[in-house]
Design a protein around this ligand. Structure first.
Ligand SMILES: Cc1cc2nc3c(=O)[nH]c(=O)nc-3n(C[C@H](O)[C@H](O)[C@H](O)COP(=O)(O)O)c2cc1C
Length: 213
């Protein structure tokens, strides 16, 4: 089994990165081979609407023809058995880089026929990990509006999709250095010690599921 992991956070080893690592450990515990890609290390664009992937008898029909750092990543996803994507919430959505990645990943597969079918012929398991500053109440809204919509899109194009999220994440190592009166640093640190390990366990379990368990 090969699991592709996409980190849509600019901070490689912070909240999103740590949860992705736990999920990779979960998948690895069941023999999955994992490949981690940090989107912010790559140079690429979102879909440029060239429609090469929709050209009748075109050599790139069903495939993104843009050539940049994302090209080999998209090819690897075609070969993988499961896909895990992580993103912080930025202004109520996934990060801009992740949106650009998703445009490139998904639009190539969308067929403009009456059935709106997909050229991605196999079904793979997909996972999403979100992290956010907000608390549980706001997360419930994100769940209804963003996470379920994303699950629907992924399910339609790629396969069964599950999501988990972590709330009230630690944003800085030292809150005293930043203007951050809106937050209670002690409560955040406590949460990091007491709740975040539970989030990591959920991520581990998601990884196990992505490995086929
Ligand atoms: C540009 C920006 C926008 C953000 N917007 C939101 C938001 O709309 N809702 C929220 O709950 N958190 C928001 N956050 C906080 C991050 O989602 C949160 O700190 C996240 O855990 C960071 O992930 P990381 O540790 O992997 O970098 C924002 C952070 C940044 C930098």
């Amino acid at each position: 089994m090969k699991l592709m992991v996409i980190n849509g956070s600019p901070r490689k080893n912070w909240n999103t990165g740590m949860l992705l690592k736990s999920a990779m450990d979960g998948a690895g515990a069941h023999g999955s081979e994992t490949r981690l890609v940090h989107l912010y290390e790559l140079n690429y664009k979102g879909c440029i609407s060239c429609f090469s992937c929709k050209l009748k008898n075109g050599k790139n029909y069903g495939r993104c023809s843009l050539s940049d750092d994302l090209t080999p990543v998209l090819r690897d996803i075609e070969e993988c058995d499961s896909l895990l994507i992580g993103s912080p919430i930025y202004f109520g959505d996934v990060t801009g880089e992740l949106r650009s990645f998703l445009e490139r990943l998904l639009f190539q597969y969308l067929e403009y026929n009456r059935q709106r079918s997909s050229t991605f012929k196999k079904r793979i398991r997909c996972g999403f990990i979100y992290t956010m500053n907000a608390g549980e109440d706001q997360a419930e809204i994100y769940k209804e509006v963003i996470f379920s919509r994303m699950e629907g899109v992924m399910r339609r194009f790629l396969g069964e999709t599950r999501s988990i999220y972590a709330t009230e994440t630690l944003q800085f190592d030292d809150y005293s250095l930043y203007v951050s009166d809106a937050f209670d640093p002690e409560a955040r640190l406590r949460r990091r010690k007491e709740e975040f390990p539970k989030d990591c366990s959920k991520a581990f379990e998601l990884g196990e599921w992505l490995a086929g368990e």
